[in-house]
Write a protein that binds this ligand. Structure first.
Ligand SMILES: [Zn+2]
Ligand SMILES: [Zn+2]
Length: 263
C-alpha cells in the first residue's frame, strides 16, 4: 500500500521550473530510443566481437573479470565523486561540462523525492552522451593489448569486453534508478538496492559525499561513503530497506522513504 509512487513524490517549484526549461531546450530531432541505441548497439557489438575471438579460455583467464569488476567499481566511484561532483579546472577545462551536466542539471532534475521521469525524451538527462563509451573503449584498448601480449589473447579480449559490459551495466542500472516504480525494479535484487542507494544520493544535503556508486555499492561500503551501516553482503542486497540508514542521514532520504512506505 502507498508504495506505487515511491520515488515519484512532490517536486519543488524550482525543480518544476528547471524541468520545463530543460525539456523545452531538448532538440526537436532528439530521440530517446536513438540515444539509447547509440550506446547499446556499439557496446553489444564490441562485446560480441570480443567473445568471438575468445577460444577455449581457462578458468584463470575468465576469473580476470573479478579484479576488473572491483577496479571498475572503484573507477565509477572515483569519477562520480571527483569529476562529476567537483569542478576539475585542469586539462583545459575538458571535464567542466561533466561537472555542470551532473550537478547543475541531473541533480536539479531529479531529487530524492522525485527521482522519476515521465517520457523517454527525458533519457537525454539520464544517459551519458554516446562518445563516453568510445572514450572508455579507447582508454581500455592499450591495456587490453598489453594483457593480450604478455599473458594471452583470451585474457586481452576479456579485458576489452569488460569495459562495454560494465558501462552498459552502469547505464542500465542508472536508468532503472530513474524509472517509475514497477514490479521489476522493486523486486530485482541489486537493482532495488541501487535504486534506494542512488535516491539517497540525490538528496541535496548528502549528494557531494554519500552513495557515489551507481551499480554495486562495493566501494561505498569499503570507503565508508555509504549512508548505510551494514556489511558488504547487506549493502549489496539491501533493497529498499531503510532500517540500516545511519542515524545522521535519517532526516534525508531515509525519512522520506519511511514516510512513503507508511502511507
Ligand atoms: Zn541519477
Ligand atoms: Zn551525483
Amino acid at each position: 500500500m502507498g508504495t506505487d509512487n515511491i520515488f515519484s513524490g512532490e517536486m519543488t517549484e524550482k525543480q518544476k521550473a528547471f524541468r520545463e526549461e530543460y525539456k523545452s531546450n531538448i532538440a526537436s530531432w532528439y530521440s530517446g530510443w536513438g540515444h539509447l541505441l547509440s550506446i547499446y548497439v556499439p557496446g553489444v557489438a564490441i562485446i560480441y566481437f570480443c567473445l568471438r575471438q575468445i577460444n577455449a579460455p581457462t578458468w584463470f583467464e575468465i576469473g580476470v573479470v573479478l579484479p576488473i569488476l572491483v577496479i571498475f567499481n572503484f573507477n565509477e566511484w572515483w569519477i562520480h565523486k571527483n569529476a562529476m561532483h567537483r569542478p576539475v579546472k585542469g586539462m583545459g577545462g575538458a571535464l567542466m561540462p561533466v561537472f555542470h551536466r551532473h550537478v547543475h542539471q541531473h541533480h536539479q532534475y531529479f531529487t530524492s523525492r522525485r527521482m522519476t521521469y515521465d517520457t523517454n525524451r527525458e533519457w537525454r538527462i539520464v544517459l551519458f552522451p554516446p562518445y563516453a563509451l568510445l572514450l572508455f573503449v579507447l582508454v581500455t584498448l592499450p591495456i587490453a593489448a598489453i594483457v593480450g601480449y604478455v599473458w594471452s589473447s583470451n585474457a586481452g579480449y576479456i579485458v576489452m569486453l569488460s569495459t562495454p559490459l560494465y558501462y552498459l551495466n552502469y547505464e542500465t542500472f542508472h536508468l532503472c534508478c530513474h524509472v517509475k516504480e514497477n514490479w521489476f525494479v522493486r523486486y530485482c535484487p541489486l537493482i532495488n538496492t541501487i535504486r534506494r542507494h542512488h535516491a539517497a544520493h540525490h538528496s541535496q544535503p548528502i549528494m557531494m559525499e554519500r552513495n557515489m556508486n551507481l551499480t554495486y555499492p562495493i566501494t561505498d561500503w569499503y570507503m565508508n561513503t555509504s549512508d548505510l551501516e551494514r556489511g558488504l553482503l547487506g549493502h549489496l542486497f539491501n533493497g529498499y530497506d531503510t532500517r540500516y540508514v545511519k542515524s545522521e542521514y535519517q532526516n534525508d532520504q531515509g525519512t522520506e522513504l519511511q514516510h512513503s512506505t507508511q502511507n
